[in-house]
Ligand binder design. Structure first.
Ligand code: AMP
Length: 398
């Protein structure tokens, strides 16, 4: 089946057209700056080259219309007509406790995604705008929602509850939900296929470390804990997000700077993390370059970033009562060989021994632990879009 996978942000749309049977990516691209005068669409042509088209896209409907135009372009398009799209799969960020798996979109599903707005004010409204735009443009094409939070719904209460008054959980659904669930699900399943082991018997720690980052503890295929919380701000130090911080600090900052929720949000989401500490960038490549030039703050930022990953791996090895497999994925996990090496060389206490040669690979499936290692450490490039396409195809087939 030909599945169009859409990831709608507040001013962007990323798309991939995937053949769910062969897993082939037939077309991919994205729209940025929707609603701004300089909005543009970029996409990969069949020969692999990239093209950028500047075109006015005042809203998501127009953006998706432009995506359809490119997809059906007589010269560079992957399909002749939009009728060839069998279904559309949407990445939806927050499903609270409503969704523990992917679902076909119905009016009731749309209502529930809207009920999650208060806990995902930046993401879920954009996801709904995308769903509504597709409904208008392709009214008879089935659509599915695949949630970032769904995979983590198997966590036990001791892992997902916050020690706040219980009524806030009951009234407002305040608890840990976790994100990047589609990625943690994909890499934890894929690593078992890759190693030829039975997923039901493995204790796995998956490290999704990119610009956003989260770690999950997975026992027999089920998530038992994860580092992100009610929002994607908790846990690891990220590109620009703060991660774990004493909640008292936030109250103190609000008082000290005399700021409200919006300004605090800006600080913890966009001005913190690697960028905030280093004062340089949220990109680890820039941080490594700055360290090479002797920048001390960049070194502190990188040390903090790695230390948090190590602490979570230790915590989740304890939560799982041991660990069989550790997976690295996402931009940093797939590409930063030096970081992987430094982390693995701190995991000797778990029985990890390291293969320096194997670790030189970037962006490929590879075992980076030595053959005698008690714990297998593996790099698995993530593929959230493939999971969305496969879930969507399965739901449509019924
Ligand atoms: P993601 O959010 O998964 O796309 O990851 C983005 C981050 O991955 C970037 O900010 C970089 O820090 C890191 N990254 C991506 N590509 C590379 C690379 N080739 N080498 C080192 N780091 C990379």
């Amino acid at each position: 089946m030909k599945i169009l996978v859409l990831n709608n942000g507040s001013s962007s749309v990323k798309y991939k057209l995937i053949d769910s049977d062969t897993k082939a990516v037939l077309a991919e691209g994205g729209v940025e700056k929707i609603g701004l005068p300089d909005s543009f669409l970029k996409f990969k042509k069949p020969d692999g080259s990239k093209q950028v088209i500047e075109v006015s896209m005042p809203d998501h409907k127009e953006a998706i219309r432009q995506v359809f135009k490119v997809l059906t372009d007589p010269k560079d398009g992957a399909i002749k007509s939009v009728e060839e799209i069998d279904a559309v799969g949407h990445r939806v960020v927050h499903g609270m406790e409503y969704f523990n798996k992917s679902v076909l979109i119905t009016p009731d599903v749309i209502e529930k995604i809207k009920e999650c707005y208060p806990v995902a004010p930046l993401h879920n409204p954009a996801n709904i705008i995308g769903i509504e735009a597709v409904t208008e443009l392709l009214p008879t094409t089935p659509q599915a929602a695949v949630f970032d939070t769904a995979f983590h719904q198997t966590m036990p209460a001791k892992a997902y509850m916050y020690a706040l008054p219980y009524e806030y959980y009951e009234k407002y659904g305040i608890r840990r939900y976790g994100f990047h669930g589609t990625s943690h699900r994909y890499v934890s399943k894929r690593v078992c296929e890759f190693l030829g082991v039975d997923a039901a018997k493995q204790k796995i720690i998956t490290c999704h470390i990119g610009n956003g980052g989260s770690i999950a503890a997975i026992d027999g295929g089920k998530c038992v804990d994860t580092s992100m919380g009610l929002t994607p701000t908790e846990g690891l130090m990220m590109g620009t997000r703060v991660g774990d911080v004493d909640p008292g600090t936030l109250v103190y900052l609000m008082e000290r700077l005399n700021i409200g929720a919006e300004e605090l949000q800006e600080i913890i989401q966009k001005k913190s993390g690697v960028k905030g500490v280093s004062g340089i960038s949220n990109d680890m490549r820039d941080i490594e370059a700055a360290i090479a030039e002797g920048n001390e703050r960049a070194k502190v930022a990188l040390d903090m970033y790695e230390y948090r990953i190590l602490k979570y791996i230790g915590a989740y090895a304890a939560a799982l009562d041991g660990v069989d497999i550790i997976v690295f994925t996402a931009g940093v996990g797939e590409n930063q060989c030096d970081l992987r090496e430094r982390i693995c060389k701190h995991l000797g206490y778990l029985g990890v021994t390291f293969d320096d040669e194997a670790n030189k690979v970037r962006g490929e499936e590879v075992v980076i632990s030595a053959p005698d290692s008690k714990v297998k450490v593996v790099v698995i490039p993530t593929d959230e879009e493939l999971v969305i396409a496969e879930d969507t195809a399965e739901l449509v087939k019924g």
